[in-house]
Structure formats: structure tokens, C-alpha cells
Design a protein around this ligand. Sequence first.
Ligand SMILES: *Cc1c(COP(=O)(O)O)cnc(C)c1O
Length: 448
Amino acid sequence: MDNASFVARDLAVLWHPCTQMQDHEWLPLVPIRRGAGVWLEDFDGRRYLDAISSWWVNLFGHANARISAAVAAQAARLEHVIFGGFSHEPALLLAERLVALTPPTLRRCFLADNGSSAVEVAIKMSYHYWRNVGVAGKSRLINLSGAYHGETLGALGAGDVGLYRDPYAELLRAPITAPSPDAYDRQPGESAADVAARRLADMQALLERHAHEVCAVIVEPLVQCAGGMRMHHPSYLTGLRALCDRYQVHLIADEIAVGFGRTGTLFACEQAGIAPDFLCLSKGLTGGYLPLAAVLTTDAVYDAFYGDYASQRAFLHSHSYSGNPLGCAAALATLGIFADEPVLLRNRALAAAMARETAPLADHPHVAEVRQTGMILAIELTQDKTTRAPYPWQQRRGLRVYQHALAEGVLLRPLGNVVYFMPPYVIDEDEIALLARVAAAGIDAATA
Ligand SMILES: *Cc1c(COP(=O)(O)O)cnc(C)c1O
């Protein structure tokens, strides 16, 4: 089969995510028949460098030999088993490993099957905790402006990206939204740490007024990814932890996108020296192989649910595929690579290469900022470099970069006006140089 015949059949029956399907009347859908490392190959034999880790999930390349072998071996042994009342070795080993790798206060691991579910688990556990310990009325969330926590109704309700949220506003509970510590919003003369301090004061004011009705504050540590790869100073997280303790609300760290080495440390919270009450993990957890998620929490939370059956304090949440053994096996193989190879050290060199190769873009007349946190590098396009005015969304400038890059054999998928690299960790420096050349040419073409 070639691309054209595949696409005709695909568009006749499939409905793709995050897509206005009519776009495919003029924007080719790209069918992929195989992947290897950072490369994807379509049905016409064209290759694409996957610069966005296939929506931020892939860590060690497509068709990674070690992870593929682990999944195949697990499939031959046990593909799935009910996880209520029954258990299995991959889940046990994974929970032990995650508890060991995360901050010492996080000692319990609850498994779900995608990022949005993990967020909903954390929200439900937090709310239910306060009920179980006899503190009434704590049913609201505080989130940050520009936050993204997934797309099922509960997770969408915790987010603040209008593009995804607004059509469903009537179905969603309104959180209390605190201004993001996003360093892009800094005033002249302000540092990223200054913005963090200013936004902590805003958060404190909200907590002062609302803590009695709030169960948790939910944040994406260090980088608000779907909101446009907006980055903040780690001191915000340190200060936020202290505020949450002081005002008796939980801190939910959504590390679904930033966990597993993306920001330079295994988990982003490490850079602030903090432990959240709930840590949500997914995406890279399985190296990009299978949908799986984990929520890590404290003994204090776990103990509040523990008791006589008749006390009705148990956490009854479940998914059919909770703790799926294939997903757990992929996750164990992924963590095995972290254990056996100097991944974070290698990423430091790769991150430096990304910075070096994109440095000239900072002077581009339509680039407002090139920013980076570890293995995430973002280039913010602007109509006007002095005012930083964004291009109107209707102009779809980022989409033009996408089209240009595809023609050059690179998969970049900008978020509105933000072009970003979030590549698998097996990319090499020549491939990074290629990426930067293609992005620069694409930005020239899209802003001409
Ligand atoms: C992707 C993402 C989610 C949702 O995960 P899904 O598996 O797509 O449901 C939640 N939070 C953050 C920060 C994410 O980037």
C-alpha cells in the first residue's frame, strides 16, 4: 500500500485526535509503517525525524530493542489479569522501583492507564482524603493560568487552555485560577525568580481567601507544556510547597510530560527540592510504548483510606486495564535503561547541542524568545519583536512551520506560535543540527 491509498481508507473511517478533519482535504495525513530510533517511515518510504517524541511519550526511540523484547516476553507469559484481588510481578517491581526513585515521602503507588486518569485519581484522592479525615467543604482546586492536565472532563476541568476547555465550559467545574509564574511574562528588569516571587504572593492571597474550600493546588512543575512550553523558576515550586503546608491543602505535581529526565533531572520537582502529596506520571513512563499511568502518594493519604470495610473510606476507583502487565513491563524496561546507562549525563550534552544550534534564532526578527529547560527547547514566534505581540491564531503560522518541516523530513508540531523540540533521548548531535536548520528555514518561510 502507498500513502495515497492508505489515506483514502483512513479518512473514510477514522476520526483523529486534536484535528479539524477537514484540514486533511489539503493537509496530507502521514501514515507510518515503521519506526527506528528517532526516525519514522511512511508508506511511500519517506523518513521523518520525530522531534516531538510522538506527543512527548517516546524516550529511547521507536522500536527500541530492549523495551520491545520486554513487552514481547511479558505478552508470552501474562498479557493481563484483573488487578483487584489479584496481582502480578511487573506491577510489584514497578511500584517498588517508582517508590525508590521518587522522594522518600511518596511511598504508595496507584496505577491507572493514561495521564488524564492519573490526574483524576489524584483529584479524587485529595478530595476524598479531606472527607475521610473529617474536614468538610474542601472540594475545589487551584490551578495555574495556562495549565493543561488532560482532556477527560475532570482533567479538562483542572486545566486552563481555552482552546480545549471553552467548548465544554458548561460541563466543567470551575477551578480557582492563580496567575502562572511563567517567566515569559516578566516585566523589564525582572528575573524569572522575581516573577516566581511575585506569583507566589498572588497564590498566597488566593489561599488566604479560599484554602477552606480547596483540596489541592495542581501544577505542571517547571514547564507548562501544552500551554505553550512556558517555563518558570524552581523557586516557585519551593515556595508553593511551603504555602500548601501552611494553608493545609495538597500539592499535586503533574509530571506526566516533564517526568523521566525531560527537564534535566529524573523528576522536575527535584530541582526545587520538594515532594508533592501526589505525583502523576504517564507518557514517558513506558518509553512511549503503552498507555499506563502511576499516582504516587504519601502514607498520610493512604492511611486516611485504610480501615474497616464498613467505615466506607476505601478508594474504589478502577479501570479495566489498571496495572496492565504489558505496560508495567515496558515501564520496567524503560527504567532499566535509566539504571544501566548515563541517560541524564548524555541528555546534558544533547541539551547543550540544542542550545548551541538554535542560538542564532534569538536574533530573528520574528522570534520573541528561545527558551529551554533540559530536553525541551521552545521558540516563541511574534509579529513584533519589541512588543512581543503574538500572531493572530487564525493565521496558523505554526502550521506553516509544520508543513515546511514535513517537506524536509522532520516532524515538528508547533503549539500555536510556539515551535519546540522535545526529541527522544537517542537523538544525536548531527540530527539536532538538522532539526535546527529545518526549524530556522521553516520559521523564515512562516514569518515572511
Ligand atoms: C499529556 C498530559 C496529560 C494527559 O495525559 P493523557 O495520557 O494524554 O491523558 C496530563 N497532564 C499533562 C501535563 C500532560 O502533558
